[in-house]
Design a protein around this ligand. Structure first.
Ligand SMILES: [Zn+2]
Length: 286
C-alpha cells in the first residue's frame, strides 16, 4: 500500500535526536513521499533543506507561518532582503520574522504549498487581529504565485471561511488540513471545493468519533491523509516507547481506520488519497 503523509512536522525539535531514524521507519512502513509542514520561515527553510538533501520525490516541504506564530509576523512591512534563517533554527525566539519577502523566496525555492497558515482561536497564542493579517498576507501570496494553500483552522471557522471565500476565486487549490469540525463546516469547505485532510484525530473515541460518519461525505477525489506528527498520536494505538509522540510511520494505521469508517477497500483508499495528494501538491512520487 502506497500512502502520502500530507502533513508531518518533521522539523519539530522533538525529532532532533532521531529525525533520520523517524524518516527511515516511515519509509519502511510505507515508502512514499512525505510533505513536511513549514510553520514559520525558519522551519520552512529547514524543511526545504531537508527535502533538497534527499532523493527527489521522497520529501517535499510547505512554506508558511502557523497562526500560533502570527504575533511575530512582520508582513509586508518587513525590510526586503532580510536575512534568511536557512540554518534550520526552528526554535528561534522570533520564528516568523522576515515577512512576506522571505516567505516568497522560500515558496519559490520549491515549496509544495503555501502554509500551514490560517486561524487558531483555540489556544490564542497570537492575537486574532495578528492571525488574520498574517493569514491574509499568505492568501495573497498563494494567489500571486498560483500555489496550493495548506490551511489550519481550529475554533475559527467563521473568520477563516469568510477570508477563504473572498480569496477562493484566485486560489488554485486549498487543503483544510487536520479537519476536526462539524458537518456544517465540512459542507461549507466542500462548497469551496477544498481538499480535506484527515489525521489520527479520527481514531480518538473521545473527541474524534463525530468524524467517523462525516468522512463518508468527503468525495473520494477530495480526501487526503496525514499524521500531523509529532502531534495527534492515534489514541487507539498502544503508546509504547514513544510516550505518545506521533510519528509518520503510523500513517498506515490511520489509513486502515479511515478505510473501515468508509467501508472501503484499504487499497482503493490508498490509491485515491495518493492520487489526491499528488494532484493537490502538484508533486510526483518516486
Ligand atoms: Zn495544523
Amino acid at each position: 500500500m502506497q500512502l502520502i503523509d500530507a502533513g508531518v512536522n518533521l522539523m519539530d525539535s522533538v525529532f532532533d535526536p532521531d529525525r533520520e531514524a523517524v524518516a527511515a521507519a516511515a519509509a519502511a512502513a510505507g515508502g512514499s513521499p512525505r510533505v513536511i509542514t513549514g510553520s514559520s520561515p525558519a522551519s520552512s527553510a529547514a524543511a526545504l533543506a531537508f527535502a533538497e538533501a534527499r532523493e527527489p520525490g521522497l520529501f517535499y516541504a510547505t512554506a508558511g507561518v502557523h497562526p500560533h506564530n502570527a504575533r511575530f509576523w512582520k508582513g509586508r512591512s518587513a525590510a526586503k532582503g532580510g536575512t534568511a534563517p536557512d540554518d534550520g533554527n526552528a526554535g528561534a525566539a522570533d520564528p516568523a520574522s522576515g515577512g512576506i519577502a522571505e516567505l516568497r523566496r522560500l515558496a519559490l525555492r520549491g515549496a509544495a504549498a503555501i502554509g500551514e497558515c490560517g486561524l487558531d482561536y483555540n489556544r490564542m497564542f497570537s492575537p486574532p487581529g495578528s492571525q488574520r493579517r498574517c493569514f491574509e498576507d499568505q492568501l495573497e501570496l498563494a494567489a500571486e504565485l498560483a500555489m496550493p494553500l495548506f490551511l489550519h483552522e481550529r475554533d475559527a471557522f467563521e473568520d477563516l471561511y469568510a477570508l477563504l471565500k473572498k480569496y477562493r476565486p484566485r486560489i488554485s487549490a486549498a487543503l483544510v488540513h487536520c479537519f476536526t469540525g462539524t458537518e456544517r463546516e465540512l459542507d461549507a469547505y466542500l462548497g469551496l471545493d477544498c481538499y480535506i485532510g484527515i489525521t489520527g484525530w479520527i481514531c480518538d473515541e473521545r473527541r474524534g468519533a463525530h468524524l467517523v460518519p462525516l468522512v463518508k461525505k468527503i468525495p473520494p477525489d477530495r480526501l487526503l491523509l496525514e499524521t500531523d506528527a509529532p502531534y495527534l498520536f492515534p489514541r487507539n494505538l498502544p503508546r509504547g516507547r514513544g510516550k505518545g509522540r506521533n510519528e509518520p510511520r503510523h500513517l498506515p494505521h490511520i489509513a486502515g481506520f479511515v478505510a473501515r469508517a468508509l467501508d472501503r477497500d484499504p487499497e482503493t483508499l490508498a490509491a485515491e488519497t495518493f492520487r489526491n495528494s499528488l494532484a493537490f501538491f502538484r508533486i510526483r512520487a518516486e
